[in-house]
Design a protein. Structure first.
Length: 717
């Protein structure tokens, strides 16, 4: 991996201000309006006491800085991991301040400089942080206009902003730049009545397509990730890991590691690591440690886990209910009962969990590949006893996250080792460690009992989900008698999951959409109806109907009953406030069971689309990634022992799998923006599964739909 001196952080173009106080940063910038914010000022912190209820500030000072030359720095606690918010947030800031886009510079994921943010996940950046940032920029713009009005001696109502200049509309020759208004002062005024944000019809940048601003850095290899950083005195760490999540260290002999010249062994209880200035030597030393473990394994594996989930003593929570289940059964001419199974999934980010920690005086600075810089700051403060203001997290570019880099355990490990050793410490998880310690998408079971009347109207929908998560479990269709019930871990009951689970891109919505949309197709086939006709007959949601019409037009869909041998399937759903519909065409080799996805059409209503090019890339990325959970990906395990530790056994999508993709983003400029980083992913499994049924007459109820499972389903069919 390429190394660089960490005095420069290419991810934001900002100098890494190692431990620098904010006021010194102000001096560094020189003259200009510095709209500043000290994230911790609102808390009374003593020793290691953590603040309660941290939230995104409403103070516009937190979000931006305007330098003397008119450059606008946009501060956000969000991070960039390939989703493109480094570009779309800049577009939004540029339009609200009415400055050229090239004048906006992003500063992201630095807990000393940026406003508090819970984390970058759930496709929430544009739809939750975006409006707060726009409101802040609108207030700053109004204050700048008031300042200009005072200097020009004209009413503020007579002024407007063009390209970062406040202009007198009655005398265009009279104008002041944002930079000249700075005059080396801080901006400390506030407005009692907050101004409205810019009307969408006046946008210059929002709604237009722009390539990601970090694209050139990344494709040329200039972009710096955490693992590319290097500072004087830095050592690499390898940590002694147990062979299973059910293992506990009993005896250890570190003499073999200590015999390797230059190796330092550090220990705090069962936390043992080797440190060396050479990464290869650290790798060599860790395997020289002789350790013995005791085991207390859960009696669960990838074969019996589903029966265990359904049979567990669970907490029962009725999430939604309408009508009456008994009445729904009586009104139904046909009843259908199905069970769908979903496995554990790994995140498989190309960049493994990485962190570099340095303790300088009483200040701990950690550069980390994390989706939650402030969450990591909280964890280090809590676990190590540092006052919160003495922990700084800086997040360079992150090489993929998908929910897996929210916990950031490696950041705590690096900080602990830096404190124990007195040296800057780099922790880079191996691929083996990544598979073992990263949280997994939780496995789950979905059982559905549904019914239709003689006309094909759904009268009954009884949806039960076990341990997988409820995101995406909405009925969506117009059903008079519907219920959704979640079964989850009971307090003090034996654990169901033998290892850590967590968010995995659109958490569990892929599983719930697979189950729901497969069940819909089952009913459509039994009713003798075209699957799209059946869906539209049972839908009242106009946004979903619009998505179906758009995707059918894009695909060139011709109605037909399934199975018809065409290999065409479809699915719809909602995620992160976005509606999505998909139609897929596949080919099945009936002798091997192997599936090739030929083409996919996808339409989504995501409200105002800030950067259509970026949203298109996200849709295509979702489709490609989803081919993995659909066709090959599942974690094999025995108790706490993860059997898949690399890409030799855990197969992710390949470039050769890429289908023809046609994506449509509905024009909704007058609507609030919604999430675009996850929705298209949720529908792929169901669309492909329904296409397999159309091609073969066989229904697959378990993900992934491997060749062996398809062949087995074909035999049963």
């Amino acid at each position: 991996m390429k190394k660089t001196d960490i005095k420069t952080q290419e991810s934001s173009g900002e100098e890494i201000r190692n431990g620098m106080k904010r006021r010194n940063f102000v001096k560094l910038l020189g003259g200009g309006i510095f709209i500043f914010f000290q994230p911790l000022d609102i808390f009374d912190l003593k020793d290691s006491v953590l603040p309660q209820g941290r939230s995104l500030t409403k103070d516009y000072n937190a979000f931006l800085q305007i330098a003397g030359d008119g450059t606008v720095s946009c501060f956000t606690g969000k991070i960039e991991m390939g989703q493109g918010v480094i570009t779309s947030l800049a577009q939004m800031m540029a339009d609200e301040l009415n400055v050229p886009l090239e004048k906006v510079k992003m500063v992201m994921g630095d807990t000393d400089l940026c406003p508090y943010d819970a984390g970058t996940w759930g496709s929430q950046t544009t739809q939750t942080f975006g409006p707060a940032m726009r409101a802040a920029a609108a207030e700053a713009r109004s204050i700048l206009i008031d300042l200009a009005a005072s200097k020009l001696g004209v009413p503020a109502s007579q002024l407007e902003v063009k390209d970062g200049f406040v202009v007198d509309t009655k005398n265009p020759g009279k104008s002041l730049s944002y930079g000249s208004l700075a005059n080396g002062k801080k901006l400390e005024r506030y407005l009692d009545v907050k101004p409205a944000v810019e009307d969408y019809s006046k946008f210059t940048y929002v709604g237009k397509s722009y390539k990601h601003s970090d694209a050139r850095l990344k494709v040329t290899g200039q972009a710096k990730y955490t693992g590319d950083l290097k500072i004087p005195g830095m050592v690499f760490a390898r940590i002694l890991r147990p062979p299973s999540h059910g293992a506990k260290l009993s005896t250890v002999d570190v003499s073999g590691a200590e015999a390797i010249k230059g190796t330092q062994v550090v220990r705090d209880g069962d936390f043992i690591a080797v440190l060396h200035e050479n990464r290869d030597k650290a790798d060599e030393a860790i395997v020289k440690i002789k350790a013995e473990f005791t085991f207390n394994e859960l009696k669960v594996n990838d074969k019996n886990m589903y029966d265990r989930m359904v049979g567990a003593d669970s907490r029962v929570n009725v999430l939604r209910t309408t009508g009456d289940m008994a009445a729904g059964s009586e009104q139904s001419d046909k009843i259908f009962e199905s069970e769908f199974l979903d496995p554990y999934l790994a995140h498989t980010s190309i960049e493994t969990h990485t962190a570099l920690a340095k303790l300088e005086g009483d200040k701990m600075t950690v550069w980390a590949a994390t989706q939650s810089p402030f969450g990591l700051q909280d964890n280090i403060s809590r676990e190590m006893g540092f006052p919160l203001e003495k922990v700084r997290i800086i997040t360079p570019f992150v090489g993929g996250g998908f929910g897996g880099k929210a916990p950031a355990q490696q950041g705590v490990e690096a900080a602990r080792l830096a404190k124990m050793s007195g040296k800057p410490v780099m922790v880079v998880w191996t691929r083996d460690e990544e598979f073992f310690y990263d949280t997994f998408h939780p496995a789950g079971v979905v059982r559905i009992k549904s019914g239709i009347d003689k006309s094909g109207l759904i009268k009954l929908w009884d949806y039960s989900l076990y341990y997988g998560g409820s995101r995406g479990s909405d009925t969506i269709y117009d059903v008079p008698n519907a219920r959704t019930t979640a079964y989850s871990q009971n307090m003090n009951a034996t654990a169901i999951h033998p290892f850590g689970t967590g968010a995995w891109r659109a958490p569990n919505n892929n599983a719930n959409t697979f189950a729901r949309e497969s069940q819909i197709d089952i009913m459509a086939a039994a009713a003798g109806m075209d699957p799209l006709e059946f869906r539209l007959k049972n839908l009242k949601d106009q946004k979903m109907i619009a998505c179906w019409k758009a995707v059918a037009d894009k695909f060139g869909y011709v109605p037909a009953k399934a199975p018809g041998g065409r290999g065409i399937g479809m699915a719809c759903g909602t995620d992160a406030g976005t509606w999505v519909a998909m139609i897929a065409e596949i080919k099945v080799d009936k002798s091997t069971g192997k599936v090739k996805v030929v083409r996919v059409a996808c339409a989504q209503d995501m409200g105002l689309c800030v950067n259509p090019q970026g949203a298109l890339i996200q849709m295509e990325g979702c489709i490609q990634m989803a081919l993995g959970y659909t066709l090959t990906e599942e974690v094999m395990f025995e108790g706490g022992n993860i059997k898949d530790r690399g890409f030799d056994t855990y197969e992710i999508p390949r470039f050769s799998w890429t289908p023809k993709m046609d994506c449509v983003i509905l024009d909704r400029k007058d609507q609030p923006p919604k999430g675009g980083g996850e929705p298209a992913l949720i529908t792929v499994g169901a669309a492909v599964g329904n296409a397999i049924f159309d091609a073969t007459g066989a229904r697959v109820y378990r993900m992934p739909m491997t060749p062996a499972r398809i062949l087995e389903a074909m035999k049963k069919a």
